[in-house]
Design a protein around this ligand. Sequence first.
Ligand code: PMP
Length: 461
Amino acid sequence: MTHAPNLSTADYQRIDAAHHLHPFTDFKALNAERSRVMTRGDGVWIWDTDGNRYLDGMAGLWCTQIGHGRREIADAVHRQMLELEFYNTFFKTTHPRAAELAEVLAELTPEGLNHVFFTGSGSEANDTVFRMVRRYWTLAGKPDKQIIIGRRYGYHGSTVAAAAMGGMAGMHEQAGMVPGVHHITPPYWFDFGGDMSPDEFGIWAARELERAIDELGEGNVAAFIAEPIQGAGGVLIPPETYWPEIRRICAEREILLVVDEVICGFGRTGNWFGSDTYGLKPDLMPIAKGLSSGYLPIGGVMVSDRVCEYLIGDGGEFFHGFTYSGHPASCAAALANLRIMREEKVVERAASEAAPYLQAKWLAFADHPLVGEARMKGLVGALELVPRKPSRRDRFAPVGDVGTIARDISFNNGLVMRAVRDALIISPPLVITREEIDELARRVEKTLDDTHAELKKRGWL
Ligand code: PMP
């Protein structure tokens, strides 16, 4: 059953422009251009009000692991809504779905993570991290350990503490900075690697953490927060040497490791978690997105036994939580999603079938005259668009215009990709088939060719 749109496309666009402020949007520019009105999804496909069909190369927003339109999730949420649509988990109460989901997460996530604090989103999960890290060190008798080290181009959400820990300069400029956060260079060889080989640069970038700890004083540093692969920052896949060196530093220094798995979690990098892919032992691990495949909003922080030793100690109440922490319907959606992912071996199949098939095609785009680098891990990848080859240092100016042009051309070619600076990003549903990957690759190729032609026409090449 589908809902027929009640109004025309133009009517929806008009009322949307009149009343709806979109996230991360130049409102005036959007109103001049108007939104596409999306109405329906099925598998890797989505449709708009005009009947156009798009291949959803971004899995919604890095989240629809099992694809759109799975009836089992709607049914599970429907049943839960009829039974108990909402109750809180604040005052000595729980409910079956929250308890069941907590147990499943303890089982699925890396060893040593056996508790979850539920939130409504990834941003709330990271604001929870901020509170929890400081609470931990206070309870552990080291209240001076307050500083959290993040990375440039890191993204941890749009609430105040999450935005501060992230490394997006534009967000810092608009919101002001929270004291006690420090940023280091990300392991982004393409931009920052200079004359170093990727492996040399991976070590150098990891040692940025060591240098920052020394500079700030180990007694003042509480934690290092990082995504296994930086997603919104441009799918920055670290050189192989990076994480082992960070692991060494974390083992030698007294700081907490926070691994933000909001994008990498639930299969994106070829294992259940990015921490599995890179052999990490997080002390805190924020999750969201793929947890429910985006069917309903839910996030959380997985908390290690090390942190719980103090958190579940004699310190009294933790003054933190959200009305929707452990929302019953969201928990039901997450449980149904994880059941599907386990029963259908979604992660294992994506890793052994879809990922190598897509990677071979994606990496071959490096031969296109517009592509300076093609990179991919699991089912998340980027193409760096450059004006000339082979130089890594030659970029379009101003940065970002070409990425946006290519992204818009891609949408018009029926493929949703995202632009970050002048890179094109994909992160398709994990259930994408070979035939759909063939189709995706055809549309990427056409997008690169069309963008090349458009830039020539403008005299930018
Ligand atoms: N962490 C990471 C790594 C993310 O990519 C995101 C969202 N893209 C967030 C946190 C914030 O999640 P949300 O948008 O659900 O608040």
